[in-house]
Design a protein around this ligand. Structure first.
Ligand code: ATP
Ligand code: MG
Length: 243
């Protein structure tokens, strides 16, 4: 399939009138009320909003980790609902990199093994996976921590392992849910500088959830969410991947 140019108008993901209602016992709670927006290839978008406003729910829909109650999630031009669960799992593994606040890397595996594991779904031979995992860890500045397990690493280091893992299959889209939420200022800046680099130099499309204004400032566009609705969208004209 031909790759779209960075900055072109092709949406990588799109929500159309997406709603989400959770049912807990007898109670139904609607946490997303008809959200519509798209992320174009090569964009860097931040989602900001108070706790409980629906940000993670939104990101989970975009990443096909969850399905909307009504409305559509369009990934790469195709309605996610029309794909089988196998196809969706494959699409998630190949097209989307996930980074979460709590790192979600496996405690009993080394940094290297955590990154290698993400490539198991590919046909890549073992030696190639090993070489690529090493290369990725070097890239995130962890060449000296490859054999360390999560318990032997700082929060910033663990998050960089998670980013290396997220990039393992060269996904065109990176979804980050509070990636700096557990980090001190210095580690947060390291992680964000890395994200910015991926966006600018490799054309990775990024959608990032954050509470912090300094973190949202890295994005080109900020979507403010409140009570499951988009409150406003602020575009920063002076930030472009080509700058
Ligand atoms: N599985 C679930 N079942 C029932 N309610 C849920 C479920 N998941 C989330 N919620 C509710 O949906 C609302 C939105 O949750 P969500 O996790 O999307 O918020 P958020 O904006 O990411 O908040 P935070 O900034 O604290 O991470 C919250 O009120 C939450 O309690
Ligand atoms: Mg959340």
């Amino acid at each position: 399939m031909a790759k779209a140019q960075v900055g072109s108008g092709t949406p990588v993901v799109e929500l159309r009138q997406a709603t989400k209602t959770y049912r807990t016992g007898e109670t139904e709670t609607t946490v997303l009320h008809g959200i519509t927006f798209s992320v174009k290839k090569g964009e860097f978008v931040a989602i900001v909003g108070p706790s409980g406003s629906g940000k993670s729910t939104l990101l989970n829909l975009l990443g096909c980790l969850d399905t909307p109650t009504t409305g559509q999630v369009i990934i790469d031009g195709t309605d996610a609902a029309t794909r089988s669960s196998d196809k969706l799992a494959d699409l998630r593994a190949r097209k989307i990199g996930f980074v979460f606040q709590a790192y979600n890397i496996l405690a009993n595996l080394t940094a290297l093994q955590n990154v290698e594991l993400a490539m198991q779904i590919t046909e890549m031979p073992r030696e190639e996976r090993n070489a690529r995992a090493k290369e990725l860890l070097e890239k995130v500045g962890l060449g000296h921590r490859m054999e360390h397990k999560p318990a032997q690493m700082s929060g910033g280091e663990k998050q960089r392992v998670a980013i290396a893992r997220a990039l393992a299959n060269e996904p065109p889209l990176l979804l980050m849910d509070e990636p700096t939420g557990n980090l001190d200022t210095a580690s947060s800046l390291e992680v964000m500088d890395l994200a910015e680099d991926l966006w600018k130099k490799q054309g990775v499309t990024i959608l990032l959830i954050t509470h912090e204004k300094e973190i949202a400032d890295y994005a080109q566009r900020t979507i403010f969410v409140r009570d499951g609705r988009i409150e406003k969208i602020v575009e920063k004209k002076n930030r472009g991947a080509q700058s």
